[in-house]
Every structure is written in C-alpha cells, then in structure tokens.
Design a protein around this ligand. Structure first.
Ligand SMILES: C[S@@+](CC[C@H](N)C(=O)[O-])C[C@H]1O[C@@H](n2cnc3c(N)ncnc32)[C@H](O)[C@@H]1O
Length: 274
C-alpha cells in the first residue's frame, strides 16, 4: 500500500489514540494517530514471548546481531565515534519507536545511548520494563506513540523505527512523526519488508505456514512497503534515503546477514540536515 493512502488512514478511523506517557489513555496530540488497535491487540496477545529466543519473536532475535552492528557502525561513522569502544553511542539520545519488549532498546543502551523506548501496546512496555529491571540496563520505556513525543517537542540524535511501519495505521503520519523526532543532523533507521513475490513466499508462507515461526496472520503482505514507496514517503517529509541495505536469511546457518537484496527484509537510513 502506498504511504498515506486512504485505506491505510481509514484503519484507525473512529479510535482514540492510545497515548499519554505511561498512561495508555487519552491523546496528547491532535494529529492523525498511527495506532492500529487491531495490531495492538495482536501484539498484546504475544507479549509474554518477547524474550524467548525460540518463541514467537524468534526472527527478531535472529535479526538482532546484524541490525545492532549495522546501527552501531552507521551511528559511529556519522557521529565520529569508535565502534570498538565499549560504549560508542555515549552522549547520544535514541528513541526506539515500537520497541516491543526492548530487544533493540537494551543493546542500544548497553552501547551507551540514552534510550527511550516507546510502544503502543501497554503489555509490551510492562514486559520491557521488567526485563530491564532484571538485566540492570538503564533506559526509559513509555506507553505511547511517536506522535505523542512530537507533540511534546522531543527530539533525538538517533530515531529507530524497526519492523514497525508495516503495523501502523497511517504510514504518512508515521513517517512525518519519525522526521520530526530527529534532531538536526540526526539519523533515522527504518527496517521493514518489501512487497514482492519473494517476500510473500518467505515472510508469509515460509515463516508463518511452513516454519511456523510466527502465528498465522502476524504480517499482512499488503502492508509491506517497497523501497521506492519508502523513499517517496520520506521525500514528502523532506528526508532523503542515504542508504538502503538488504538483510538476507541463510537457512543453512539460521542467520541473517547484510546484503544487496532488497526484496524481503531491508533497512533504510535517512539523515536530517544539520
Ligand atoms: C514487530 S514489533 C517490532 C519490535 C521492535 N521494534 C523490534 O524490531 O524488535 C512492532 C511493534 O510496534 C508496536 N506498534 C505498532 N504500532 C505502533 C504505533 N503506532 N506506535 C508505537 N508502537 C507501535 C507494536 O506494539 C509492536 O511492539
């Protein structure tokens, strides 16, 4: 679906935003909500599995090493720090939009970033907070959407929107919020799946029906976004994609690696002008 299409906007029509820091009620912004309540319910039903590496979020656990390394290296190159440093992101603020159980938020905080993880699903935030308490990682989790932090005028050096855009109610409003959350000179990382025959075969048939990694219906292929659509959507908000990187799965090694193949999983990196 094209970003900002009428159909994508309609998904959330008539629903109140789940918003407000930690509250899960009311709305702090008057703009379009990015929250699709059906998606929130879907994630709430799976929330207790976040930290099970063999559970419903297995693909994200398998993705983590490659995406953490990618974000670290790109951020270090951009902000001028040494990726070999144990805390190369120290001094940088980072928002993880749609943080889920915190699979990415925690490693980012370990790399030294001052992390705020936000998620529309209240149970995810509870799970994320509990896990951080257990691991002793210091970061902030909020039950809200990106647009709520925009309404508060918050901005960050690094904005992460990983594997979320295919779950939002309004792609155009979501990209607008991502852009507004970037500090001048900041970075935006987006990860999603492209809408191709190959992604249908791998992400829907393979992951949900054959391997049964994910519950059936976790992903709606029609909501996957092609890189060209992502680029157009970002341009609409004054952002250019600086880099596109494919992330390919090797079934023999059961691992992901960076690649040039943008047909299934890919990441887009955009830079805000300074
Ligand atoms: C597939 S999970 C990705 C989790 C995490 N980003 C990762 O890659 O490990 C998508 C998450 O986005 C959240 N979500 C969906 N729509 C949202 C919205 N509009 N605002 C904030 N969170 C949202 C869901 O609750 C879910 O936790």
């Amino acid at each position: 679906m094209a970003p900002g299409s009428a159909a994508s906007t309609a998904r959330n029509a008539g629903h109140e935003t789940v918003a407000g820091e930690n509250s899960g009620t009311g709305s702090l912004n008057s703009g379009r909500s990015t929250i699709d309540l059906a998606e929130v319910e879907k994630f709430a039903a799976m929330a207790d599995s976040w930290w099970d590496p063999a559970g419903k979020f297995r693909p994200l656990h398998r993705l983590n090493p490659v995406r953490v390394g990618y974000i670290r290296d790109k951020a270090c190159a951009h902000f001028g720090s040494d990726p070999a440093d144990p805390q190369p992101l120290a001094g940088l603020s980072l928002i993880d939009i749609g943080c889920g159980g915190g699979l990415l938020s925690e490693p980012m905080a370990r790399l030294g970033a001052t992390v705020t993880g936000v998620d529309a699903t209240p149970r995810n935030v509870e799970v994320a907070r509990l896990h951080a308490e257990q691991t002793g990682v210091k970061l902030t989790y909020l039950n809200c959407a990106a647009e709520d932090l925009v309404a508060q005028g918050k901005q960050f050096d690094i904005v992460l929107a990983m594997e979320i855009i295919e779950h939002v109610a309004d792609v155009d409003a979501f990209l607008a919020a991502c852009g507004k959350l970037m500090k001048p000179g900041g970075l935006l990382f987006l990860a999603t799946m492209s809408r191709t025959v190959k992604s249908y075969a791998m992400a829907i048939v393979g992951a949900e029906y054959v391997m049964r990694w994910l519950p059936k219906g976790t992903h709606d292929w029609n909501r996957f976004i092609r890189p060209s659509e992502m680029a157009r959507g970002l341009r609409h908000h004054g952002l250019q994609i600086a880099e596109l990187t494919g992330v390919s799965y090797n079934p023999l090694k059961d691992s992901f690696r960076l690649s040039r193949d943008l047909d299934v999983n890919y990441m887009a990196l955009a830079k805000a002008s300074a």
